[in-house]
Structures are given as C-alpha cells and as structure tokens.
Design a binder for this molecule. Structure first.
Ligand code: PMP
Length: 376
C-alpha cells in the first residue's frame, strides 16, 4: 500500500458516516447574514479596530520577529496585557498567539508531575489537549458538576487544578463558577477557567464570567481568553496572580517557543478593548439578542438550549440532517454553524447560532424564518 494509503480508507468511512468537512471561502463582501462567526460584538470590522491593526503593523511590522523572550515583546504587548488584566480585574496577564496556545500553556504549566487535573467532560479541545500534554494525571468528570469535582479532588494529595470552560462552546451553557471555586478552595486546589465565550458578553460591561461570579482577582483562579471572538482580533491571553503569570513566562512551552503575538493582532485587540470600555452596553445587547433569538426559535417549535451568553444551540435530527440544514440556510442567504461528531462528544448534532450584538430585529426575524422553513 502507498505511504498514505490508509488516509483513503479513513476518508471513505468519514464519507459513509456523512462526516466529511470542507472549506468554504468567505468573500470579503459576503451577502450572507452571519450567525456563524464568533464576532459577538460585531467589532472585527469596526474602523477603530481595523485602524488599530493597521497602525500597529506600520509601527511594529508585519510580525513580532521572535519569541517573546528574545525580540518578540513590544511596548504594545505590555500595554495590551496591562489593559486586559485591568479590565477583567486580575493582577497580571500574558498574551499568546492564540487562545489554543494560552490553554495549552495554562494547563501544562499548572499541572506538574504528581498533580491532579479535574476536567469537565464538555471542555473545549484546547483544554483537553492541555490535559493530554500535562505531566499531571487527568480525571474527567461529569459536565458542570461541582460535587463531581469535589469528589475527584478528595481522592488526591498534592497540587491540583480543576479546569472548565466558563461558557461551553457547543451548547452555550455556563459553568457554575462560584460553586466550582468553592469546591476547589475546600481542597486548596486552583481553578483554571476558559472565558473564550464569556469575555465581552458576561459580567459588568463584558468583563467576563469570572467577574460576573465574583471571582475577579481571586488568588486561586486563572483565566484564559481568546482575542478572536468578542475582541474581533486574533490571539489569546492568560490572566491571574502575578506569581502565576511569572511562572508561565518561565515554564509554558507555548509561550517560550512560540513567536510573540503579531503586532496587528495586538493593536486590533487593544482598540476593541478600549471600545468595549467606552461602549459597555454592547455586552448587554449581545445577551438580549441571544434571549430574543431563543424565544423566537422556540416559538416556531424548534428545540434550542436556553442561552447563558451569546451562543444559541439548536438540535438537529442527525449529522446529515444538520449538514443539509446548514447548507439550505446558506442557499437562503443565512450562515449558521454546524456542529456534529466528532466535534460534539455526545453525538448530538446541532446548528450553532451566534447572537451578535449588532443584529437588528429585522435580521433576527429573517434568520428564524429561514431556519424554520429549512428545518429537515
Ligand atoms: N477555548 C474555547 C472555548 C474556544 O471556543 C476556542 C475557539 N474555538 C478556543 C479556546 C481557542 O481560541 P483560539 O481560536 O484563539 O485559538
């Protein structure tokens, strides 16, 4: 058999299961109504954000030129880190080239040999990969279940962390953060939470889920972020006590061996963060749009998960049904996300809709009409 012949067999199995993925290029001026992107606050194309990117590239160059510990740290990186930490209420921050890299960093660096990682079964792939790479032992526990976390921690003597998304990316449901923190505190364990879908949407003016749960600045809580959703840019960050951030600089391989965040991405994120400070109502608007979308979907008889943030998940009958449904929406001028195995661990396929803060009532009405009319 040829060197990569086995790939054809896998591809055939995938085709038969209706699970083949293909790339669909998005034109710059797409006529589609977008409920598929993670641009929750509609900032990715805001003139201040794109100008922030352009100005940073003109000042600092197209790339950061090296790892952060060599030439890749600019004044812009420091400025973004100070403002991110300040906005979310944590002592210090460190930015990464992606949220994925930030999660790998936080989990691996905070779970040394002999430690226990307690991981929610619904966690994002990047947290799961962090657990796989870490030297500590991972125990996966039931979804959003503080008692399961408590029990797992009880079995272990030594350093421990619990890791969880704050808002789960598939169904848009929120983790019980305050209860998780309490369970961790009983056992002297740390809590690492991924606020990719909470920043900009939850908390006062979008300060994130940890702030909404009274955990901002807690010395036993570490938050990971992406700059690619509400902030309309690209990149990631870890926020927490200065002790933890200093440790990451010295121990996190995706920080040490990765080229620093591109200046344009840092400039765009900083501009978006300043916009969010100035226009805090954007966060509440995203939440209101999510509620309205959910109400309208259930009113036409669709099964959706009540949203805790800006993600609205709609049940599909099968993986093939979900793919066809998303394609029919697209043909009718609406872009929606389509989640199916293996991206969803429970095997339940869904359409995933983003309640962007800048969607009008008329657009929401059109979106729900199309989704209702194309249902499989
Ligand atoms: N965490 C969660 C919960 C996410 O949804 C994502 C993005 N899909 C990431 C982390 C990764 O962030 P990034 O895209 O910046 O790598």
């Amino acid at each position: 058999m040829a060197a990569f012949g086995w790939i054809d067999e896998q591809a055939e199995l995938r085709r038969r299961a209706g699970l083949v993925r293909t790339l669909k290029p998005r034109p710059a001026d797409s006529p589609l109504l977008d409920l598929a992107s993670n641009d929750y606050l509609g900032l990715a194309r805001h003139p201040e954000v794109t100008e922030g990117a352009a100005r940073a590239a003109r000042t600092w160059g197209g790339g950061s030129t090296g790892s952060r510990l060599v030439t890749g740290t600019t004044e812009l990186h420091g400025e973004l880190e100070r403002e991110l930490a300040g906005f979310c209420g944590f002592e210090a921050a460190l930015v990464f080239s992606s949220g994925y890299a930030a999660n790998l960093a936080a989990v691996t660096a905070l779970a040394p040999h002999g430690s226990l990682i307690v991981s929610d079964s619904g966690n994002h792939a990047s947290l799961i990969d962090g657990c796989r790479l870490a030297r500590g032992t991972t125990q996966v526990v039931a979804h959003a279940d503080p008692d399961a976390v408590r029990k797992a921690l009880h079995t272990h003597d030594g350093p421990a962390v619990a890791v969880s998304d704050t808002v789960f990316s598939v169904d848009g449901d929120a983790a019980p953060l305050a209860e998780l923190a309490a369970a961790c505190r009983e056992h002297g364990a740390g809590l690492v939470v991924d606020d990719a879908h909470g920043l900009g949407v939850l908390g006062d003016g979008g300060r994130g889920a940890p702030q909404a749960s009274g955990l901002a600045g807690a010395e036993d809580v570490v938050v990971t972020l992406t700059l690619s959703k509400s902030l309309g840019s690209q990149g990631g960050a870890v926020l927490g006590p200065a002790r933890v951030i200093g440790h990451l600089v010295n121990a996190a391989r995706t920080f040490i061996f990765d080229t620093g965040l591109a200046p344009a991405a840092a400039g765009a994120a900083l501009a978006a963060l300043r916009l969010l400070r100035r226009e805090p109502e954007r966060a509440a608007r995203a939440r209101a749009v999510a509620d309205e979308l959910y109400t309208r979907l259930t009113a036409v008889g669709l099964t959706a998960v009540r949203p805790d943030a800006a993600v609205v998940s709609v049940r599909a009958p099968s993986p093939e049904g979900a793919v066809r449904w998303a394609a029919d929406c697209r043909a009718a001028g609406l872009a929606v996300g389509c989640f199916r195995p293996p991206s969803v661990p429970d095997g339940v396929s869904r359409l995933r809709l983003t309640a962007r803060a800048d969607l009008s009532g008329e657009q929401l009405e059109r979106a729900v009409r199309v989704i209702g009319e194309t249902r499989p």
